[in-house]
Write a protein that binds this ligand. Structure first.
Ligand code: ATP
Length: 426
């Protein structure tokens, strides 16, 4: 760890791309509960992978910043300004799980961080690791990257509780000014508002399409409930297609265009246009209703690659798909603003107080998030070394107990033994 704060060690964002020095300062939050058990191992593994990948020419200068219980105990604040300033300045950071303060005026520290930095994409890659127990017959067919919108939808937290004077005002407005007569039990209803905007949709879908193009992936699927919520979820679909056709006409082909050609010139012409686009390596932009999507992920997961979806759908989809590959406990995640470069990579599980301090927690969610971080800053060689070593360990059934107990011939390792074996494998 270092307190060095030289300008030449700060990652910057120039002309839409990260400029990463050979020794970037990366702020990290240790996290509460099992965060304390896993974070140092994650740093150690990353350091070793970086060292061997670049023969010592690159190194991460870790800078601890405080949040959660540790911050509260040390400085009396759950999310000190210095921590926010560090993430603002250094652009890229990583965090362990955090305890949510009760009754401190903050709904959740994670949400506060996302809102403060306007981290509008919640990025959740899902893949299967051979050896990990799963309910699917063919988990190897699941390989998706989910772009979940992070700032809008009912997660905006605009709601009023039943029986309050505020609710009465909203009800009065809806019934008397807007002519709404469809609220079944007005006297006892709570009411929430679901904002979905053109800007919010476009920046999310743009990020998903650019990711697909950059990584040469075959499709982006817009998942929505536009059949029921015409203007919000339906807007997401319409604006998503609109963006693809306007900004990515050279690199994508949309289902929307396919359907238009079909109506105007017949199915054969549409299929021919589709085939031509695919031969040219274009990304296919399609859409599906969320409920059908969930069914399809089980029946034909190979049809999906990059997923773009709104906040609530994204919540369900991320966890369901992670569960399909047995990876709910090791699923990595990141919250990113692709316009400013700000990104926070994070363990997706909670603080697991029941097992904290016992040296049995699984470090893989945070570790795989660190791999995403290495990819994000362009150090993918180091990231893929970690992934390869993990693949080898899982393949032979070596894992922490949460995974090993379900594996065929699994060997349960403590957090430290798991981390050390991984470091040796690197
Ligand atoms: P929080 O209140 O912070 O969300 P939690 O324990 O209620 O924490 P999760 O962290 O999602 O919620 O965990 C649920 C259970 O899953 C934990 O109690 C623990 O037994 C198990 N678990 C979660 N993460 C891990 C991990 N990294 N390694 C091993 N077991 C885990």
């Amino acid at each position: 760890m270092t307190n060095q704060d030289d300008f030449s060690n700060v990652i910057s964002f120039v002309n839409g791309a990260l400029d990463v020095p050979s020794s970037p300062i990366i702020p990290y939050i240790e996290g509460d509960g099992i965060g304390i058990d896993i974070t140092n191992y994650v740093k150690e593994i990353v350091d070793k992978a970086v060292y061997i990948s670049y023969s010592g020419d690159r190194t991460i200068l870790w800078k601890e910043v405080l949040a959660g219980e540790k911050a509260y105990n040390k400085v009396g604040q759950w999310l000190p300004n210095e921590t926010m300033d560090a993430f603002r300045k250094y652009l890229v950071g990583i965090k362990g799980p955090l305890t949510t303060p009760i009754g401190e005026g903050i709904r959740s520290l994670n949400v506060a961080l996302r809102q403060e930095l306007d981290l509008y994409v919640c990025l959740r890659p899902v893949r299967w690791f051979e050896g990990v127990a799963t309910p699917l017959l063919h988990p190897e067919k699941v390989h998706v990257t989910i772009f979940r919108e992070n700032t809008e939808d009912i997660y905006a937290g605009i709601e009023w509780a039943a029986g309050t004077p505020e609710l009465k005002k909203v009800l009065n407005f809806l019934q008397n000014e807007m002519g709404v007569a469809k609220i079944r039990f007005p006297e006892s209803s709570s009411i929430g508002v679901k904002p979905v905007s053109v800007e919010g949709t476009e920046r999310l879908v743009r990020a998903a399409i650019e990711y697909a193009i950059e990584n040469k992936l075959p499709s982006v699927t817009l998942v929505h409930k536009g059949n029921i919520m015409k203007f919000t979820e339906g807007g997401f679909k319409k604006w998503g297609y609109g963006l693809a056709e306007r900004e990515f006409s050279d690199t994508t082909f949309t289902e929307n265009t396919f359907n238009k050609i079909k109506v105007e010139k017949g199915l054969e012409s549409a299929v021919s246009a589709y085939n031509t686009a695919m031969t040219e390596g274009k990304v296919f932009i399609k859409d599906v209703i969320a409920d059908a999507f969930l069914q399809n992920t089980l029946l034909k997961p190979e049809e999906y690659s990059v997923i773009a979806t709104l906040n609530l759908n994204g919540d369900y989809i991320s966890d369901q798909m992670a569960a399909m590959v047995g990876g709910i406990g090791i699923a990595p995640g990141a919250n990113i603003n692709y316009k400013t470069g700000h990104a926070i990579f994070e363990a997706t599980h909670g603080t697991a107080p029941d097992i904290a301090g016992q040296n049995i927690a699984n470090p893989c969610s945070m570790l795989l998030s660190a791999v995403m971080m290495l990819d994000y800053i362009g150090w993918s060689e180091a990231g893929s070394k970690i992934t390869k070593s993990l693949e080898m360990m899982f393949k032979k059934g070596h894992a922490t107990n949460d995974l090993a107990r379900f594996m065929h011939d699994g060997t349960s390792l403590s957090t430290s033994d798991f981390a050390n074996e991984l470091i040796n494998l690197l």
